[in-house]
Every structure is written in structure tokens, then in C-alpha cells.
Ligand binder design. Structure first.
Ligand SMILES: [Zn+2]
Length: 172
């Protein structure tokens, strides 16, 4: 599927990141992510393609390839959750479930944060921004060669349901 010139897009919001620019059209429910490095574009696109059909990631609607830049058109799913909500039990449950499903598909996210979790109008949550994502074999390689600890594993430790009784006993 390709994004043709006929597709109209009204920029309501423009967010400039380190290596991308993200444009949002709230009226049409669209997000356009523009990349300046082809490798990063291909990587993020391939991760999203492996997640097709998963209910907590945006839908990819099309791509653009230009000589100097690349772009992915995707569905706009809502706004980021407030930073404090990351410790909310429902958000922790979401992080646990989504990372488990990603890892089952051999994909790591590596950047779980409030800004990358969106809330849809029906209250369900969506995970975005796979720019730091990696396949599990790449992550294992980094762990061995660069002695980097998988950020998802650290996040999962944080998000795992703790047993309040155990916590209490350890204090006694
Ligand atoms: Zn990892």
C-alpha cells in the first residue's frame, strides 16, 4: 500500500525529534513520521510489519521514499499518558502484557516511557515509537558484545506485579 499524492494531510501538530519529525492530522486521525536516515526508516517499518494485527500498535497506512527522506503514514491513536500514570496498575499491566507479546514475536522495544504510551478515546492503550527497537538476537548480541542490559528486562522487572505480603514480610 502506498501513500499517493491524492492523500490530503493537514498538519495540526509538528514534533521534531533527534532523527525524525512527526506530523499529526487530528481531524483525519493520521500521523506521518518522517525519517532522514533510510536505515532507521527500514528498521522501524520492518518492526511494525512484524506486529501487524497486534491490537496495541498503530496501523501502518503507507510509506514514502524520497531521495533525501523517508516516511511512514500511520493511524493517530491518541495522546500520551501523563508521566505519573506509568505507575498506575492498569498501565503496569499493559506494559507487562505488551512486552510479553512483543518478545514472543522476537521484538524488543527498549524505550518504554509515558510519552510512548498513548490512550485511545475508548481508554485502551497503544505502544508507539520503535526507533530504539531491536530483534531479540540483536539485543542478545549487544548484551554480550557491549555489556548492555536489555532495557525491556529492566522495565519488566519494574512492571511485574509485586506481592504486597512478601514486601511487608521483608520489612519485618
Ligand atoms: Zn532487549
Amino acid at each position: 500500500m502506498f501513500w499517493t499524492k491524492k492523500t490530503s494531510f493537514t498538519v495540526n501538530e509538528r514534533f521534531e525529534g533527534d532523527e525524525t519529525v512527526v506530523y499529526t492530522d487530528y481531524g483525519r486521525g493520521l500521523v506521518f513520521k518522517r525519517f532522514f536516515e533510510e536505515e532507521k526508516f527500514r528498521k522501524e517499518l520492518s518492526l511494525y510489519e512484524m506486529l501487524k494485527g497486534v491490537d496495541f500498535v498503530p496501523s501502518i497506512l503507507g510509506t514514502v521514499s524520497q531521495p533525501e527522506w523517508w516516511g511512514i503514514l500511520m493511524s493517530s491513536e491518541g495522546e500520551s499518558i501523563p508521566v505519573d500514570d506509568v505507575e498506575d496498575p492498569s498501565v503496569l499491566t499493559f506494559i507487562n502484557r505488551s512486552l510479553t507479546i512483543l518478545h514472543d514475536r522476537h521484538i524488543h522495544h527498549h524505550d518504554i516511557a509515558a510519552r510512548n504510551i498513548l490512550e485511545r478515546s475508548d481508554g485502551t492503550l497503544v505502544l508507539i515509537d520503535f526507533a530504539n527497537g531491536a530483534f531479540d538476537w540483536e539485543c542478545r548480541k549487544m548484551e554480550v558484545e557491549d555489556e548492555i542490559i536489555c532495557e525491556d528486562e529492566e522495565t519488566l522487572d519494574f512492571a511485574s506485579p509485586s506481592d504486597p505480603l512478601t514486601d511487608f514480610c521483608s520489612l519485618v
